[in-house]
Design a protein around this ligand. Structure first.
Ligand code: DOR
Length: 444
């Protein structure tokens, strides 16, 4: 007997699009087959006309807990994530206190347990003086080690060359880097101040957080990884130039991988005039040519993973002038719809979207039993309707910060149902009644 049976869905999985029924029992996919009998299930959902994808695994979010919960918290932001078809997230360490030791890491798992709508894992953050913590890290205790090789929100810059060398040499699990050269950025900020005073236009952000600053840092990270054989994942690539650092093709076997984020695939410098601080983020949204090159790199495999870097700040905080407005924007609720718009515009295939947003994060981080539509895997699933639109209104937002850079936009698809561990987390515009998120386990 299945707990839930999805009938006649169009599955997108492992490079194929095909019709099947999916039987779910005890949190997992039990059967994928044609013509399963609906009498063998407690609950049946007719999925005719809908596409069934593995839930998105977002390898980069900031949910702000503990310490910054006026911006967002694990409960609110994970609720927005499942409404957007994200069933698993990996969360960043720039909170208060910083997640830089085993104790603060474990505290986050405790906070997420019973409150997170999606499955969760947390990064251990690197600092200039926690190399021993990194060396002694239990590989099940974190998804990866996050290294801010450029300063961003929070005080987490790692700029001591010996420490960086030590991290790249000794990290027991994947090292994920934020790459921007801080001294170059500071010099550009000083020049902008000379020119504009405090009133720097937001359109200067990509000149201040420049292509050169990205290149200097990401090429250094790649060189360090090659020196030490590190498993390196370079987060949020924003420039065409940096793409040359990465190899095209399948993720399997790569030691150096790259991520792109949905906002860098969507917006370009033309949007600063309209959206200003709303799209101020680090690294900056850059030229149209960069966005288009990154989209192409997704298709050819130089970009392995698509994520969000969901980074909410309050509307009030975002009203500050250029230097005061914090960097980051909320994204999890519309990441998958934005990717599906790329599909509908002919820029990405459904198979590629699923590979980059669902399969590859599971492979890169060695996530156990998730990321695929496979018998025996957890039933983390999303049903999408490619015929129905979603207009982003303020009222529909689940973020604690209550705003989105997509307000007013109509996406060409709709997230109909999200299942997390076989439980309904989102259905027909409403959140599920129960919490289903679980701590991730890793095959390592
Ligand atoms: O724009 C950003 N916001 N980039 C980051 O690296 C951090 C993030 C945040 O935490 O606000």
């Amino acid at each position: 007997m299945y707990d839930l049976l999805l009938l006649n869905a169009t599955l997108v999985n492992e490079g194929r699009v095909f019709r099947a029924d999916v039987g779910i029992r005890d949190q997992r996919i039990e059967t994928i087959a044609k013509d399963l009998s609906s009498s063998a299930a407690t609950q049946v959902m007719d999925a005719t006309g809908l596409h069934l994808l593995p839930g998105m695994i977002d390898d980069q979010v900031h949910f702000r807990e503990p310490g910054l919960t006026h911006k967002g918290d694990i409960a609110t932001e994970s609720a927005a994530a499942v409404a957007g078809g994200i069933t698993t997230y990996m969360e960043m360490p720039n909170v208060n206190p910083l997640t830089i030791n085993a104790q603060t890491l474990e505290d986050k798992y405790q906070r997420a347990t019973g409150r997170s709508h999606a499955n969760f894992a947390f990064y251990l953050g690197a600092s200039n003086d926690n190399l021993e913590e990194i060396k002694n890290l239990d590989p099940q205790a974190a998804c990866g080690v996050k290294v801010f090789m450029g300063a961003s929100t929070g005080n987490m810059l790692v700029d001591n060359p010996e420490v960086l060398d030590g991290i790249f040499a000794h990290a027991p699990i994947l090292v994920a880097t934020h790459c921007e050269d801080s001294p170059m950025i500071q010099a550009n900020e000083a020049l902008a101040r000379e020119k504009y005073g405090e009133d720097v236009p937001f359109s200067e952000h990509p000149n201040i957080r420049s292509e050169e600053a990205c290149w200097k840092s990401s090429s250094f990270a790649v060189a360090l990884a090659k020196k030490h054989g590190t498993r390196l994942h370079v987060l949020h690539i924003t420039t065409a130039k940096e793409l040359a650092l990465f190899e095209p093709g399948e993720l399997k076997g790569k030691r150096i991988t790259a991520e792109a984020c949905v906002h860098h695939l969507w917006f370009s410098e033309e949007d600063y005039e309209r959206l200003g601080a709303q799209i101020k983020c680090n690294p900056a949204i850059k030229r149209k040519e960069d966005r288009d090159a990154i989209l192409q790199a997704v298709a050819e495999g130089r970009i392995d993973i698509i994520a969000t870097d969901h980074a909410p700040h309050t509307w009030e905080e975002k009203q500050g002038s250029y230097f005061k407005a914090p960097a980051g924007l909320p994204l999890v609720q519309h990441a998958l719809p934005s990717l599906l718009d790329h599909y509908q515009a002919g820029r990405l295939s459904l198979e590629t979207i699923v590979q980059k947003a669902c399969h590859n994060p599971a492979v890169a981080f060695q996530v156990k039993d998730r990321g695929y539509l496979r018998e025996g895997y957890f039933a983390d699933l999303v049903l999408v309707d490619l015929q129905k639109e979603t207009t982003v209104t303020k009222e529909s937002l689940l973020y604690k910060c209550g705003w989105s850079p997509f307000e007013g936009h109509t996406f060409q698809s709709r997230i109909v149902t999200t299942l997390v561990n076989g439980g309904i987390a989102w259905h027909d515009g409403l959140p599920g009644q129960k919490i289903h998120g679980q701590r991730l386990m890793f095959n390592r």
